[in-house]
Design a protein around this ligand. Structure first.
Ligand SMILES: [Zn+2]
Length: 196
């Protein structure tokens, strides 16, 4: 961020009075611009024992497989954003249950929060959207584990098949840290009580 959105003057990075973090401040009009984490929301669309994945047609991780997900828009809920992304990227209509929230990942190193919801495909009428090259259903043994786009997606899928076998889907929250040499560590922070 370089110029003020209000008056187009140059911004400076400094700690405003009463704050403890550097912010982009306008010397001319006094506006302060706060930057906060972005929310990425998506679904895990299931059809019986199968899961729907999208092959990415865009960077980053072009050609890798992922769950339909994307940035939340202003004015929408996390769940509605996830349903919208599923329609946009996979052309799929989904049904979500009241207990659909499934995994939440905090990614403080890259200032993002990921949320995935469990969903059921309403029908088999799906097709790749603009950002997908291909959309397909996979049984557990067919999942391209070595070609999954993001660790948060891989973790969510791994847990899902374990939970599916047990027919119990607790909500789990993780912290994800990006270290040197592209190392990524995922740590479970909390989980809801599995259903009896
Ligand atoms: Zn200004």
């Amino acid at each position: 961020m370089k110029y003020c959105h209000q008056c187009a003057a140059l911004l400076e990075l400094r700690v405003p009075e009463g704050d403890d973090k550097p912010r982009h401040c306008c010397k001319s009009c006094g506006s302060i611009f706060y930057q906060n984490p972005k929310n990425v929301v998506g679904t895990l669309p299931a059809y019986g024992e199968q899961v729907l994945l999208c092959k990415r047609a865009i960077q980053p991780r072009i050609g890798k497989w992922t769950l339909p997900a994307g940035y939340m828009e202003n004015g929408e809920s996390s769940l509605n954003g996830a349903i919208r992304e599923t329609k946009e990227e996979a052309g799929a209509n989904v049904i979500v249950a009241a207990d659909s929230l499934y995994t939440l990942f905090n990614l403080p190193t890259i200032n993002q929060v990921y949320m995935f919801f469990r969903a059921e495909l309403a029908d088999l009428d799906f097709a790749p959207g603009e950002e997908s090259e291909e959309v397909a259903l996979f049984h557990q043994h067919e999942i391209p584990w070595d070609n999954i786009a993001f660790p948060v997606v891989k973790s969510t899928l791994e847990l899902y098949f374990l939970d599916f076998a047990a027919q119990s889907f607790p909500v789990r929250m993780f912290d994800v840290h990006h270290g040197e040499k592209r190392t990524i560590t995922t740590r479970l922070i909390s989980h809801s009580n599995p259903k009896a």
